[in-house]
Design a binder for this molecule. Structure first.
Ligand code: PPS
Length: 282
């Protein structure tokens, strides 16, 4: 049981598996290579779904890789101690995963041509997904109830800090040619079309039957069955830890009326500067 987070320059991070000297080192000295592909997200936004899709695009739908190597080894998690170590020794184009806010990401990114995909999700669903996830992971302090977690989420007192600040930081990059913003909602609504969009961004060509395989092996049910992707290697026998529900709108089952109002008000205030229509869930 942890009673706090690891705080790094005002950002709360999980207490287990993270070290301040690694965060500092990666921000200041990690070199993002032009051929890297980076999946970025605020936690619980569909990161692993996107990583699975990227791995399958890479193998043209062949599931051997995703079924034989844990997802965190295929696309190491930059800021985690293990991920950082394995990225150091990796040759060739790398798949990199990160939840870091903009200000903590490697500075070398500003001059890199690496392709970055930032996946966003309705923060209401993100908060519900996070509530159930962090409790099971047990790598940081845990809320006693949903109501408590809701307050923490609004305040940014949850792993990786404020959702609103994460979005503000990374969305400032959205006009860059090597930066693609996707939403969990569009991936859910039109999975095939969104995978085609990803292929276009990465300049990868898939035949229709290869695309079918990518769809098949990255589906919620297939990922839930795949022990290399469902986090059951973390918590044995629990394939629901990551693959919980996989739907949009589950927040409606958890938010009270007062929470709906409080969230709407906070969202309006904090997101006021963004153009209408940018967030598909609003
Ligand atoms: S993490 O731990 O922060 O990296 O989590 P992340 O992968 O970003 O998000 C987990 C949520 O994504 C859902 N998910 C999927 N939905 C649909 N299809 C597929 N294939 C899929 N894979 C993961 C997962 O169920 C989590 O959402 P919730 O709402 O908790 O179910």
């Amino acid at each position: 049981m942890f009673d706090d987070y690891l705080w790094f320059e005002g950002v709360p991070l999980p207490s287990l598996g993270f070290k301040p000297e690694i965060i500092r080192e990666l921000r200041d000295n990690f070199v993002v290579k032009d051929e890297d592909i980076v999946t970025l997200s605020y936690p619980k936004s569909g990161t692993n779904w996107l990583v699975e899709i990227l791995c399958l695009i890479h193998t043209k739908g062949d599931p051997k890789w995703i079924q034989s190597m844990p997802i965190w080894d295929r696309a190491p998690w930059l800021e985690a101690e293990n991920g950082f170590m394995s990225l150091q020794g990796m040759e060739g184009p790398r798949l990199i995963t990160s939840h870091l806010p903009f200000q903590l990401f490697p500075r070398s990114f500003s001059s890199s041509k690496a392709k970055v995909i930032y996946i966003i999700r309705n923060p209401r669903d993100v908060s519900v997904s996070g509530y159930f996830f962090w409790e099971k992971m047990n790598i940081c302090k845990i809320a006693k109830s949903w109501d408590e977690y809701f307050e923490w989420f609004i305040q940014g007192n949850v792993p990786y800090g404020s959702w609103f600040e994460h979005i503000h930081g990374w969305m400032s990059m959205r006009e860059r040619k090597n930066f693609l913003v996707l939403s969990y909602e569009e991936l859910k609504k039109d999975t095939r079309g969104t995978i085609e969009k990803i292929c276009k961004f990465l300049r990868k060509k898939l035949e229709p039957e290869e695309l079918d395989l990518v769809l098949k092996y990255s589906s919620f049910d297939a990922m839930k069955e795949n022990k290399m992707s469902n986090f059951s290697l973390f918590l044995r026998n629990d394939s629901t830890i990551l693959l919980r529900k996989g739907v949009t709108g589950d927040w409606k089952n958890h938010f009270s009326e007062a929470q709906v109002e409080a969230f709407n008000k906070t969202f309006r205030e904090k997101m006021a500067g963004f153009p209408p229509g940018l967030f598909p869930w609003e």
